[in-house]
Ligand binder design. Structure first.
Ligand SMILES: Nc1nc2c(ncn2[C@@H]2O[C@H](COP(=O)(O)OP(=O)(O)O)[C@@H](O)[C@H]2O)c(=O)[nH]1
Ligand SMILES: [Mg+2]
Length: 219
């Protein structure tokens, strides 16, 4: 009789490492945010504007998740904050085991907030706990009004949605009120912020939200 050992399901293994990451973040009083969206909605652009505004207010670190290239990490490095790129080499999401070794590259004692830009994908990242404190999704108005209802998990699992590219509203058929209404139907607790990274508009309520989360984590 051949003996078969069942491997622990992937999500169960992930949850164990996520728990270790979360414990470390708790010890360090470090607020960790998982930033998710489909490719091209503007995660890196929103991050650049966020870093600019938090400069001199909070100490920030960034983990960049991409399938290939260091392009986003190069953009973030130019903003003058510590950044580590993770290349998943095919995987469509980050998982807790990828995050854990990357943490060694930061001096966590000096950071107030760590933002993880997940791989651009509206489905898989939401299924993997990284040990983060909160999740924010970026949804751009050019993606179409139907996206929240078609991809509800990421919005159900997030605390915040940044509705980006509002500068393009006059040129699209996006009904932003309907978009917000449907997001609230999916998750009534969501904080919604309308922003445009291009014209640098609408960021203050988001920055206030981040600062509040950091304050809560410090206590
Ligand atoms: N018009 C407009 N374009 C934007 C805005 N934010 C980002 N973009 C553009 O959208 C593209 C994708 O942005 P990026 O930040 O790389 O998205 P990511 O793939 O989600 O990280 C780039 O060409 C950006 O210049 C915005 O608010 N308005
Ligand atoms: Mg990006």
């Amino acid at each position: 009789m051949v003996k078969v050992r069942m491997a622990a399901p992937v999500l169960q293994q992930n949850d164990e490492v996520a728990k270790e990451n979360r414990e470390l973040f708790r010890e360090k009083h470090l607020f960790v945010l998982n930033l998710m969206s489909s490719p091209g909605s503007g995660k890196t652009s929103v991050l650049e504007k966020t870093i600019e505004r938090l400069s001199g207010r909070l100490k920030l670190g960034v983990i960049e998740g991409d399938i290939y290239t260091t392009r986003d990490a190069e953009r973030i490095e130019k903003c003058g904050v510590p950044v580590v790129q993770i290349n998943t080499a095919g995987s469509c999401h980050l998982d807790a085991r990828m995050i854990k070794p990357a943490l060694d590259d930061f001096d966590l004692d000096t950071l107030d907030i760590l933002i993880v830009e997940n791989v651009g994908n509206l489905v898989c990242p939401a299924e993997f706990d990284l040990g983060e404190d909160a999740r924010a999704a970026v949804l751009s108005i050019t993606e179409g009004n139907d996206k929240p209802m078609k991809y509800p998990l990421v919005f159900r699992e997030s605390q915040v949605v940044l509705i980006n590219k509002t500068d393009l509203l006059p040129y699209t058929d996006c009904d932003i009120e309907l978009m917000e209404k449907e997001l609230k139907q999916i998750n009534p607790e969501l904080e919604l912020f309308r922003v445009s990274a291009r014209i640098n508009e609408g960021f203050e309520p988001w920055i206030t939200w981040l600062e509040e989360q950091v304050k809560i984590k410090k206590n």
